[in-house]
Design a protein around this ligand. Structure first.
Ligand code: IVH
Length: 661
């Protein structure tokens, strides 16, 4: 190829590269397409042909975005400037402390920038002469891995920028949640969460795989830029934008704690609608001069802090499985975990529903697993984050962990069939029977029930009504007063509302709410005993599994005898008074959560009142909650209600909304 032809080709290649890169920038960064897919294809294929013909590939050619050769291994690289991490705050108090500390130093209000804290993989990109030279993972902040070839494939990493000096730009590799969904729709091995998907895509030796994941990059910091000075974070952010980077579409300046708190609350709610993960906000002192004066601690800059939202998901190692027998004889696996922090509490155990669940999730001992805890429920294992060669299969138990009986396998669940001789099962059944929402018998703790089972063979509900003071006096630490309290509590329990009695039976899946619904509908235990499975399914809260549980429980020969014994010889069951719910009640159709201690009502009484007025009561605050009723010493539920903008009602107001006796 002669020189003039070659020059002409290069000139056209430069034109094409410019056109394509601008089109990609308009599309991915500005979210404002300026050419059609067809036009883009035409330009791109023309460029590929010219590259082939000339054997030349320009350094910022879009053809580099598909990924080059597979690498042998990742080269370790030492960052020229240490990449620091950020101090973390988990509550607004910690943020207030930090702002106050800064103010004490400066004696005036500083201006702060607030940005998203992106939850992906932290990367550092080095540019010189306007071209991307290399890219590294953050690693431990001192040494990272060279992922240049992988990063070059990210559609929102410009291979060429207008600034020609030396510059290191720090930011976060992320995958949009919509891209993750798209990928998972066709993938055989689905990616479990966005953060792992990014790490897996970038720390992958084959850059073509990185390219296929359609990652993005948000830039947030300049670590090294010897020939240019910046005045503020705002200027840095604008500069990064002008160089063609995405910066996350959110940048706010605030001047005091109130403004900061408002933004935190606003974003905590809005973040659920974002198409990428953020796990908090980063608050930085805007003025770079002030930053310089504040400097750094060993690990963190003093001029910035990360406010972390409450995480609902994390990962940890599964060490062991404990098989537990429950009240109904069902055997459930409980995961023993390496302790980890989630939503402000230490999690050591989580549930896996049953053996099938273990098989479906392909969980092995020693694996790192994802766990989630939402709204106060017991944490559960979602899936495997990482498995190891040393991980071991979990075996299905054959015998009951408590009594050793051979388990019944229904294909979905394992059951201990020894209902009359399995200590744990019986004690749990009696514990539920005596509990507050059931027969409300005070003084019979699990320990006492265990002793009663061990020493006096107390194992059925009706056995409780045969307890005498001489039997109880044989138990450790049982003196006259305690014994008479228990006996009078047993006596009081004999008059019981139908809903409490249904709940006391301990039928699988029947909580107090469903028991109330059954009581309201059937009006007597005899009517309930006559209900067929299709009859039961008609009720709101009852699906086929629960209907089956109720039906089989009430048609079991031993259970029938026990209910007859209780009804005929011990109890006076009061059928649910038909409460007169009218839709002009203030609480009609409203979901109410109670938090703290009320002065005039027990929690149970307050819940009864709300329900009698057509409302429902629940224990956790969600966006579905209508009212949070607040007593003394209210805690996190009140804070959450404020965050979600839910109506807050104090006891004084509550008193005005309920009928006077
Ligand atoms: S600034 C010297 N800004 O959070 C501090 N970091 O826990 C430079 N991160 O390793 C970082 N979003 O990977 C900064 N808007 C943001 C950020 C952010 C996410 C990450 C970053 C850092 C980690 C600290």
């Amino acid at each position: 190829m002669n020189e003039p032809t070659k020059n002409k080709i290069i000139q056209r290649m430069e034109e094409l590269t410019k056109l394509i890169n601008k089109a990609s920038y308009d599309y991915y960064v500005l979210d404002n397409p300026t050419i059609s897919d067809k036009e883009w294809d035409n330009l791109y294929y023309e460029l590929l042909d010219l590259e082939k013909e000339s054997g030349i590939v320009l350094p910022d050619s879009p053809s580099k975005k598909v990924g080059g050769e597979v690498l042998d291994k990742f080269k370790k690289v030492t960052h020229r400037i240490k990449l620091l991490s950020l101090a973390k705050a988990q509550s607004s108090d910690e943020i207030i402390d930090w702002v106050t500390r800064n103010q004490n130093i400066y004696k005036h209000q500083e201006e702060y920038s607030v940005e998203y804290k992106f939850d992906g993989l932290s990367l550092s990109l080095s540019y010189n002469n306007g071209l991307l030279q290399s890219a590294q993972t953050r690693g431990n902040g001192i040494i990272g891995e060279d992922v240049t070839e992988q990063v070059k494939t990210i559609r929102t990493v410009p291979l060429k920028i207008p600034y020609t000096g030396e510059i290191d730009i720090q930011g976060e590799g992320i995958i949009k949640l919509s891209e993750l969904d798209k990928y998972n729709k066709t993938a055989t091995e689905k990616l479990k969460n966005a953060r792992n998907a990014v790490a897996g895509a970038i720390r992958n030796l084959d850059p073509k795989i990185t390219a296929k994941r359609n990652l993005d990059f948000f830039a947030y910091n300049i670590n090294f830029c010897p020939n240019k000075t910046f005045k503020s974070q705002e200027e840095i952010s604008n500069f990064l934008n002008n160089q063609g980077f995405l910066t996350g579409s959110f940048f706010k300046k605030v001047h005091n704690i109130d403004e900061l708190n408002n933004i935190i609350n606003e974003i905590d709610i809005k973040r659920k609608n974002l198409d990428f993960l953020i796990d908090g906000l980063v608050i930085k002192i805007n003025n770079l001069k002030v930053r310089e004066e504040l400097g750094f601690t060993e690990k963190f800059p003093r001029w910035a802090i990360a406010y972390k939202f409450e995480a609902e998901e994390t990962s940890t190692i599964l060490n062991d499985i404990t098989w537990q027998v429950g009240r109904t004889g069902k055997i459930t696996p409980v995961a023993e975990l390496d302790p980890t922090e989630l939503c402000g509490v230490t999690i050591k155990r989580a549930t896996l529903n049953n053996y099938n669940d273990i098989m479906r999730k392909k969980v092995k001992l020693g694996d790192r697993v994802f766990i989630r805890r939402s709204n106060d429920v017991i944490p559960e294992i979602l899936s495997v984050a990482e498995t190891f060669e040393s991980s071991k299969n979990i075996t299905k138990p054959i015998n009951c962990p408590c009594c050793g009986a051979v388990l019944e396998d229904t294909d979905t669940e394992l059951y201990c069939p020894n209902h009359l001789g399995c200590r744990t099962q019986i004690v749990l059944k009696l514990t539920q029977f005596t509990s507050r929402n059931a027969m409300n018998i005070e003084g019979l703790s699990v320990k006492t029930l265990e002793q009663l089972y061990d020493k006096f063979d107390i194992k059925t509900f009706s056995d409780i009504y045969k307890l005498s003071s001489s039997t109880l006096s044989n138990l450790e630490g049982f003196k006259d007063k305690k014994i008479s309290n228990i006996l009078s509590s047993i006596e009081n329990s004999k008059s019981v509302k139908l809903s409490n009695f249904i709940y006391a039976l301990g039928i699988g899946n029947i909580g107090i709410k469903t028991a109330k619904q059954l009581a309201k509908h059937y009006k007597s235990i005899q009517n309930l005993q006559k209900a067929s499975i299709p009859d039961l399914i008609v009720l709101d809260d009852i699906a086929e599994i629960t209907a089956n549980e109720i039906y089989h429980y009430l048609h079991d020969k031993i259970n029938i005898e026990e209910i007859n014994e209780l009804v005929n010889n011990h109890l006076n069951i009061i059928n649910e008074s038909s409460v007169n719910i009218t839709n002009d009640s203030y609480f009609y159709g409203k979901k109410v959560v109670l938090t703290g201690t009320l002065k005039n009502f027990t929690r149970q009484k307050a819940e009864e009142i709300i329900e009698s007025l057509g409302g429902t009561s629940s224990t956790s605050v969600t966006s579905q909650t209508n009212i949070v009723l607040v007593g003394e010493n209210a805690g996190s539920k009140l804070e959450k209600a404020k965050k979600l903008g839910i109506q807050i009602m104090y006891e004084d107001e509550f008193l005005t909304k309920i009928p006077k006796n």
